[in-house]
Every structure is written in structure tokens, then in C-alpha cells.
Design a binder for this molecule. Sequence first.
Ligand code: 5RP
Length: 282
Amino acid sequence: MAIPIGPATPGKWPPITPEMDHSDAISATPSKLSPIEQAKRLAAYTAVDEHIRPNHKVIGIGSGSTVPYVVERIVQQGEELNKNRVFIPTGFQSKELIVSSNLSLGDVDQFPTIDVTIDGADEVDRDLNCIKGGGACHLREKVLAEAAETFILVADYRKNAEYLGTNFPGIPIEVVPFAYAKVLQNLHHALGSPNATLRMAKAKAGPVVSDNGNFIIDAPFPPETMKDPYKVMTRIKMLTGVVEVGLFCHMAQAAYFGNQDGSVTIKEQTDGLVVERTVLPP
Ligand SMILES: O=C(CO)[C@H](O)[C@H](O)COP(=O)(O)O
């Protein structure tokens, strides 16, 4: 079968194989998955079908519980396509995922330009800004988002919001360990986040330590502040000791949200505007 090659135009491409189209993505969702898992899988499958094309050779793989479905769908594109590709992870979890799926592993220092990065999100606003870092991977995630020609988000419907901070209250901030108390003090007293806290580990005494050996602070801000995420991001980033802020502004080309009814809501950049479309269940 002839394989189409060329730039990815969402919704305009024929499927990689005749079997792989939206209805396949939707019907391939086994009912034994919980409704939330089904929604994640739908979003991931649809995003892969629309954005991972045969000419894409360097692919960034994000972190979180939605991304395994991204890799599952990429594997379904077949060995023939995947043998010539290299996959760049955003952390320990996605590295394991790439290796266990028998895909070739690379790193961003070898491949500073990535064709497409697909990643999860903790919340996405109407302008495609998002909060990331719920899994403490946002430093590497932002590097891979920035390195990518196309950066795509995948999530279930709970992450789709008008404004950031609606359902996911804190902004994750990666800090060098020795500066955490000073950064917290600045957040509390100078930046207007009095409830910012150091993220504590669940199955370890002490704080969460990122893949880079750093600590994570979660900083909630009032709704008014969150209406201008770029401004709050730059203010936090200016604090000495901050390595990266889990606010990704003006980076994503599209976000895919799996819905409870089997449809997928897509927010995407089109001619400088964010437009919304829906892929309906068959
Ligand atoms: O930013 C992240 C990790 O740092 C994840 O992408 C984000 O937390 C979304 O995860 P999930 O797909 O499990 O909802």
C-alpha cells in the first residue's frame, strides 16, 4: 500500500493503514477500561492518527498515565515504520515505556530537533496554555515541547478548562533543593501564593525528588492571576533557585480531549486562532 508523506494537517490525512481511522480508534477501546481510561485512550489514539505521519522520524514521548496509549497506537503503526524512528523520553517513566515497547531510544542532546512531541497535561485552557508537572517531569517535558516542530497534548475531558487553575489548583515548580525555603518564602510573601507547599513523597519519607534531583513546589494562585498564565510564569521563573515552571504558554499546536460519550474534542491553532472541533463516535 502507498504510504502518504508530507506535513501533518489535522483531520486531512488518510489513515496510515485502511484499518486505522477514527472509528477504529473509538471502537478499539475495550469496555473493560474505566470511562476515564477510555477517554484517555481515545484522545491518544486520535492524536497519533492525526499527527504521527510516516515521514516523522524523531518523536518525543511525554509522561503520565495517558502517554502509554500514545505509544500503544504508535506501535500499531507497525514495525516497518517504527524501525526507522527514534523516540525521545521526558523522564524515567517514558524511557521505560519506549524500551519495553521495543522502540529505539534517543535523547534530546543527540536530537535537538524533534518532529512531533505528544504529552499529557494536568489542565489546558481555551488558548492552549497548560499546566504540567503533576508527575514532576515538566523540566524535561518543556525541553521536548520546545524542541518539537509540533507539540500536541492528550488528556481526558476533566483537563479541558476555560482558565487554568479551575480543577488543578497548584502550579508545579521545580527548584534546586538548597533554595526551596527561599523560593517558598518568595512565593508566599512576594508573588501572592500563600499556600504554596513543598511536594512530599507518598512512599518515601521526605520530599518528591525529580528525575533531575530537584524538589517540587506546588503553588496555587487566585483565579484572577491565572487569567494571565504567561505573566505568572515569567514572575516565578525569575526567582533564583527555580529551574522550571509547569506552565506551558503558547507552545501547543493542539490538545485532544477524550469525552465520556466516545467523542474527542480537539482545540487547535488555525491561522493564529484556537478553534474547536469534535470527532464523533461512529
Ligand atoms: O505533566 C505531567 C507529568 O509531569 C503529565 O503529563 C501530566 O501530569 C498528565 O498526566 P496524566 O496523563 O496521568 O493525567
